[in-house]
Design a binder for this molecule. Sequence first.
Ligand SMILES: [Zn+2]
Length: 384
Amino acid sequence: LGKLFLKNCRILESDTKVNIVISNNKISQILPFDEFVCYDNSYDMKGNKVLPGYIDLHIHGAGGGEVFKAEIEEFQKITSTLVKYGVTGITPTTIVNPENDYLQLRKLKDCMDHDFTGTRLLGLHLEGPFVNIIKKGGIPITSVRDYNRDELLKIINILGDHLKMMTIAPEISPNMEIIDILLEHNIVPALGHTNISYEKAHKAFDKGVKHVTHVFNAMPSLHHREPGPLLAILERKDVSVQIISDGVHLNPAIVQYLYNSIGIENCVCVSDGQSVIGLPDGKYDINGGLYLKNGEKATDIDGNLIGTALDVGNIAQKFQKFTGCTEFEANQSISNNPVKVLCLIDKYGSIEFGKIADLVVLDESGSIEQVFIDGALQYEKITD
Ligand SMILES: [Zn+2]
């Protein structure tokens, strides 16, 4: 690999122009614009913006590929599609199929062991199966299980280190023990698809839950006599939340309210993206059902939302529009912040000395020019 020299890069944080040196796969130097080093391998970024690559913690598929199917070809479709959208890292997200003694999870493990080109896999995110049936939302009943400690340990055992995050309803386990077990195994517990009370939500956060899956969706609404988890979430400064800021899952005013009340550092934009990302509008078979892609929306034939057809970069752009935040802050919500949730902050999420060079280059109009992963060019816009 050797050294790579990216000259004339505009950095969002300081809005200055710099030259970036990448050694092997890491950022080894950030030099002032006028300080020049000559390497064989150099790119002129022409003053374009260089951003940390986008990270999506909640994504079910892309390019026609579905995580749920747990096949190598499906994963390859996902990683090769998302990289074109500047997404350099994901936690592939899926509901669980318990059939045949969790055969799906065994196959998912094989997928995670495989080397793909394109977007980096940062570990699996399981949405369930230990969620509250009352708040299952779009999760089919066959993918929801009563809490059972042995079954949880079995799932953890099958996936090993590949299991990074699990969306749970802690209230369905005795003394919310599911939280302790996940933390013991270095798995991020994410509160979601839950019917937890206000008091218990605070207890869950005190126990170590620090992240919330698609806030406001699949949990009780704020009520003046039953404040529910939302008031607890809004009161915490140590809990980050997934925000689907597509303008449909959350009213733009709610997105703005979240930004103002919990602060940018706790905002993690996610797509909840489906396999139709990157496909033309039309009818598609997703997970055995017929679905429609109409622009940014993915719905079933009755018009019920099933996540989005939007990539996380677009979601963050809408977040910026709804909140009036800076471009740097919008990027934080899909780089630094999600990486913090995964405890991978020493490797990814910012343009700093020692970080892995997963970078997105945007032109003046905001469209993606290049994407680098591990300091290697993975995507370049074709210009004629
Ligand atoms: Zn969900």
